[in-house]
Design a protein. Sequence first.
Length: 472
Amino acid sequence: MTTSADYSEKIPNNVDLHEDRRLQRALESWQPNFLNWWGSMGPTLPTQDVYLRTAVNVGREGWAHFDHVPMRDYRWGIFLAERDRDRRIGFGQHMGEPPWQKVPGEYRSALQRLIVIQGDTEPASVEQQRNLGATAPSLYDLRNLFQVNVEEGRHLWAMVYLLHAYFGREGREEAEELLHRNSGSQDSPRILGAFNEETPDWLSFFMFTYFTDRDGKYQLGTLKESAFDPLSRTCEFMLKEESHHMFVGTTGIDRIVERAVQLMTEHDTDEIGPHGGIPLDMVQKYLNFHYSVSLDLFGSETSTNVANYFTAGLKGRWSEERRHDDHQLTGDSIMVDAVIDGQITQTEVAALVGLNTDLRREYIHDCQNGVNRWNRILDSAGLPQRLHLPHVAFNRKVGVFAGIEVTPDGEVISADQWRQRKGRWLPTDVDKTHIRSLMRPVHERGKIAAWIAPPRQGINGKPFDYDYVHLA
Ligand code: BYC
């Protein structure tokens, strides 16, 4: 394996693909199907070229190359982080052993399932975001959208490589299925709930890249710990790309809040809708929605699946190496959320079965950082309003809270009360129509829509008014 990609090959890669002709042929026969999928389910706005980052190297220095590229010619490649020959499995019953370079028979179906679930989210997000180009607030934002899209496409390649290389015929069939399921489809939807929701406007897009991509960060972080070394190395490199996606979300909301503050101050009102801004209560409703559906992505509070994954060494914890325990957890316990007699409480369970809760808590803590950051913008402007993460039980469809209705403050309410009041907390059809009405495209160089402030910096040292995208 080399650190740099060979771009003279049909499928750029750093895994010496040319040495395995069967695998190379199998992937080359999947490639046109991928390109068909990209053509029919990928970005709809016609472009000549886009200023994109392409991964060329997995080393610490200079791993990416920036250039104007026609999107159909983007080189989706296969990149694994460098192999660490001293690496040892860091948790579970195989702790201390060398990581696996092949899939052990007894873990084959579990590993395949994890890879398929991960792989399914990548094209799903491209499908969800496919129409956003038509309403981009600036060329800078349009470029970031497309960057996110091509990298999600590359992350699909990453999972398809693992399926083809290590899971035989079944793996190849699963790789085909990843192109057949579609976000929001009645007949064959994407596997996880949040990936069947719409991303119809840019407020949703920024919330999605803040909250849902952040679930990606945490799930990839646990798979990076995996004893299956190719999965670990794949996820390590994906995480590098993922951080830009979350940057897009974090700074996108920063800029919406900043613009709201300007308009609120200028017009001395919270009702900035008529002045072309997005009012803070609308930001809060979208935040409530995206945060709660993203919490669902962590699965149930207790799960024997996750206990088995951990014990087997398939999926670790966030920052496994920084945990000061025995990394086996056989005698440990954890408090997890529970609903007893209709009331929210906590209960003690074996730490192993509570690992979805452990990961969700890490995630919640991280989500709070963004909210603090947005509140600092309000605070510096001397405004008393604040954004909040809703209660963990609010609007949940997976896990113990799925059966009850809870307000953002954590008060349990009846189904009737929920129906009457949910429009105060979640975007209504009227809200969505209003937000969509603000989303008029600004495709002129250096210009920006009225509902968002310009970014502080451009991409790769370029100014905001750079020609990031040439439209067709
Ligand atoms: N919707 O025992 P449980 C990303 C199912 S995002 C629908 O708790 P487990 C990205 C579950 O499959 C990261 N169904 O499950 C972000 C199970 O079904 P079965 C994606 C759900 O296994 C933005 C049943 O409910 N990666 O990368 O402990 C853009 C019982 O659940 C949902 C991964 O998720 C849901 N939300 O945990 C692009 C990592 N949640 O088996 C990309 C791989 C659960 O009874 N996946 N179910 O039929 C996993 O680690 C685990 O499978 C899960 C679930 C954490 C998802």
